[in-house]
Design a protein around this ligand. Structure first.
Ligand SMILES: C[S@@+](CC[C@H](N)C(=O)[O-])C[C@H]1O[C@@H](n2cnc3c(N)ncnc32)[C@H](O)[C@@H]1O
Length: 299
């Protein structure tokens, strides 16, 4: 069987299986291409389509497809890799799969929101490290801190830093948000924290059940982690700096919680929702004093 034939056959099988494509792929076809090329260890170009697969490779494709369909395992957990903002990242079960629309903003250098080339940035709730590492690759002089509370995420982020040869500019820190980091400030703070509320958490498609709850669960209203992050922000963001954050469908809850914060909600031409920026200059006085008392019971 050729690669091309295997992709067509697999795409038909995947599309008939009622899967959800929310982990870095848009369609059965995209997943079929990625899975077959992964097993065949071939690059994503036209020449690969005519190559012949061995019988062992055909069997492996079949076995991985069965796990994707029967167990609803997201494809990056089967292949061990994900592509984010045009770069490859190592992934393993237990670490959230990269897919944040913040990747679109990284590729555009956060234009027009970033006022100056950043010197120091931090990716809080970094997971695999995908956002912070993509930033380090886009801005060749940028120093980046990657922070996560989960030791497995920290270990995977370390491996990704090594894979991209960024040891000299990127460090990985295990910390509960800013709590374990001494008094420092950054020009650019990005975060894709856990923000799924408990209503949505109970109704996610089975694929999301393979991801760690720590990476998704944002508390009853979805804003527990982001509230703590926002309250610490004025002490951590430099004047003239930028905070970029994804809260997805929890955006309305966040606006109710902080009615006076000047969130700027972004259009995301390549898809996604609930990404905002806050400028360092707009964060005075400290946001902790600004949030609504009536809805502050959850965090
Ligand atoms: C939605 S995932 C995002 C991962 C990565 N930034 C991405 O976009 O793929 C959220 C991450 O936040 C981490 N996390 C949850 N609570 C945290 C906390 N209190 N402090 C630091 N990290 C936390 C989880 O371990 C998880 O890796």
């Amino acid at each position: 069987m050729t690669v091309s034939e295997a992709i067509s056959k697999l795409a038909t099988r995947l599309s008939a299986a009622g899967l959800v494509f929310g982990h870095g792929f848009d369609s059965a076809w995209d997943e079929a291409v990625a899975l077959v090329l992964h097993v065949a260890d071939l690059p994503d170009d036209r020449k690969s389509l005519h190559m012949r697969l061995t019988a062992a490779q055909v069997r492996e494709i079949d076995a991985l497809a069965s796990r994707r369909i029967d167990e609803r395992v997201p494809l990056p957990y089967l292949t061990g890799v994900a592509v984010f903002a045009g770069h490859r990242f190592l992934i393993e079960p237990g670490v959230v799969i990269p897919r944040s629309p913040i990747g679109q903003l990284v590729k555009r250098h956060f234009s027009p929101w970033l006022q100056r080339p950043p010197g120091r940035a931090i990716d809080v709730c970094c997971g695999s490290g995908c956002i912070g590492i993509a930033m380090a690759l886009e801005f060749p002089r940028l120093h980046v801190d990657l922070v996560d509370v989960d030791p497995l995420a920290v270990a995977v982020a370390e491996r990704n830093v090594d894979m991209h040869n960024l040891r000299d500019r990127v460090r990985v820190i295990r910390s509960d948000l800013f709590d374990g980091i001494d008094a420092q400030r950054w020009d650019l703070i990005v975060s894709n924290p856990p923000y799924v509320d408990h209503t949505d958490l109970g109704s996610l498609p089975p694929e999301y059940g393979h991801e760690p709850a720590l990476g998704l669960d944002g508390g009853g209203l979805g804003v527990s982690v982001i509230s703590r992050l926002l309250d610490g922000l004025p002490a951590r963001l430099l004047p003239g700096g930028l905070f970029v954050c994804e809260v997805g469908a929890s955006a309305p809850a966040l606006m109710r919680h902080y009615p006076n914060l000047p969130f700027i909600w972004l259009d995301l031409p390549e898809g996604g929702e609930g990404v905002f920026v806050l400028t360092g200059d707009s964060l005075q006085p400290p946001s902790a004093a600004q949030h609504s008392t009536e809805s502050s019971s959850e965090p």
